[in-house]
Design a protein around this ligand. Sequence first.
Ligand SMILES: O=c1[nH]c(=O)c2[nH]c(=O)[nH]c2[nH]1
Length: 303
Amino acid sequence: MSANNQNVYLKATRYGKDLVRLMRVYREGQTQRCTELTVRLLLDGAIESSYTHADNSVVVTTDTCKNTVNMIAKRSPNVDNIELFAQEITEHVLKQYAHISHAYVDIIKHKWSRLNVDGKPHPHSFVRDGEEVQTCSVVQERAGNKITVKSGLKNLLVLKTTGSAFHGFYKDQYTTLTETWDRIFSTSVDCEWVFVAHDANTLRRVNFPAIHDSVKKITTDTFATDDSASVQATMYLMQTQALAKHAEIAEISYALPNKHYVGMDLSKLGLENSGKNTEIYYPQADPSGLITATVARKSSSKL
Ligand SMILES: O=c1[nH]c(=O)c2[nH]c(=O)[nH]c2[nH]1
């Protein structure tokens, strides 16, 4: 049966190349820098006929999408500034292909930190010191040359051994959790913030790496120093501080798993391991709590 006979329509399209992996090395005399990325480039536009009429003439191949990422990486001085690099890709795509109306770039930047040898930064050696990644998501639209930029950090694993409580929660016949005034708090930070401006020139002036470092510092400083009443309350504190400090950020979202560490019952071994004497915990793989929130400005400020 032909699809044209059905009472259906093509509602949304988007295609391109995912998992484009690359390592960019910058050689600056004796010192070298490197950036490892995983990139996704998706396109949309006047491409309906490729789905509905097998018309490949409108298809910029996904192979070309991969080539585009690698070509821009080769000629760009900004690969380590992933938000700028992503904008260079979206801008190229809209200039090059008149029938493409939207370009979507998502980037994951993997962690390589410079190694120290005898206390000195080594010129060309690096270490993967943690699974934390930096992310960004850029959408550029031909109409009005509108650009949306999101930045993020993911998989930042943190833990504190005290300074966290959880009590006064809603109780009914299904509640078995005991209240605590002192517990381990551990989470893997997943955070994303959206920038206010919508044109390329304004966004070019934003110092994305500095804002990333600042949001990370607000996150870790607040995590460490807040006398936490709950994951919810600590998260909200992080969000309000990030918005207070950075006028460029329109809204900020977190997803924080509550990675439970449960005090072990060692009473059968004749050992006291409860209350203030809890020293041995079981790190529970699952389930974990999952607390999320987005905090935005009531009236969006301008850059
Ligand atoms: O900080 C917390 N928030 C919750 O919503 C919750 N629920 C729970 O069982 N423990 C916790 N901890």
